[in-house]
Design a protein around this ligand. Structure first.
Ligand SMILES: C[S@@+](CC[C@H](N)C(=O)[O-])C[C@H]1O[C@@H](n2cnc3c(N)ncnc32)[C@H](O)[C@@H]1O
Length: 228
């Protein structure tokens, strides 16, 4: 492993806004802030997650615009999270945190109803393994364990396949309301938060001339259904 990466991993351990808990520790002790994120942030403001946040571009940009909300970026790659966590410490953005974990384990970090919004930004479309897509039913079931009633979900992707799969195969089978969808965001009349900022990968895809797709939906589950 490069010296540069090791330095970043070492610095990650010093950031008060970056949480990394190994699988063993999660199994044995659980996550201390589960159900207690309000104590970490020092307020009861609603929480937004960015899944597969990479360097945390969306998390940081939205947190600057919405100081009345809290933002948590999630990724497995420590060297990428380092960028987001360092920026949030330096600015400082007190409404930002990061979790280093596999998204498969994300329900270990939040109590039922603790999260009200999720952004999925340019995740791997997993063309050969539908079950690994972050909008596959098993993942949406995992998120439902901690989402508040009427929570909002956003998917931004360059993958037409992932867009079609989510919009036409997954969402029609669920109790959700699609609020917005476009297979070419920047040539659409949509005028909302998805156009506010571009992530690192998004800028690369745009430079290649790829259209960006976007879906926003609202989960209609009642709390009772969520807790099943
Ligand atoms: C293509 S990058 C996009 C990063 C960022 N959202 C952007 O748009 O610039 C996908 C990110 O998802 C993360 N990722 C993919 N699968 C993951 C998983 N199962 N758990 C945690 N992170 C994952 C990768 O580490 C990577 O940083």
């Amino acid at each position: 492993m490069g010296h540069h990466k090791l330095q970043r991993f070492a610095e990650n351990l010093t950031f008060p806004n970056l949480f990394q808990v190994g699988f063993e520790q999660l199994e044995q002790e659980g996550f201390a802030l589960k159900g207690r994120w309000a104590e970490h942030f020092g307020n009861q403001n609603p929480i937004t997650l960015e899944l597969g946040c990479g360097k945390g571009d969306y998390t940081l940009a939205l947190a600057r615009i919405h100081p009345e909300r809290n933002y948590i970026g999630v990724d497995i790659k420590g060297a990428r999270l380092w960028r987001g966590a360092k920026t949030a410490v330096e600015e400082p953005l007190r409404n930002v945190a990061f979790i280093r974990t596999r998204i498969e384990l994300i329900d270990r970090f939040f109590a039922p109803g603790e999260v009200s919004e999720v952004w999925i930004t340019f995740c791997d479309p997993q063309l050969k393994k539908p079950n690994k897509r972050l909008t596959a039913p098993r993942f949406l079931d995992t998120y439902a364990r901690f989402l508040a009633p009427q929570s909002t979900m956003h998917l931004k992707t360059d993958s037409q396949e992932l867009y079609d799969y989510t919009l036409n195969e997954v969402l029609p089978e669920r109790d959700v309301e699609v609020v917005a969808s476009t297979n070419d965001l920047y040539n659409s009349s949509y005028d909302g938060e998805a156009k506010l900022t571009q992530t690192f990968y998004e800028r690369m895809f745009l430079a290649e001339g790829k259209p960006i797709t976007y879906i926003q939906w609202r989960n209609n589950q009642t709390k009772q259904q969520i807790n099943k």
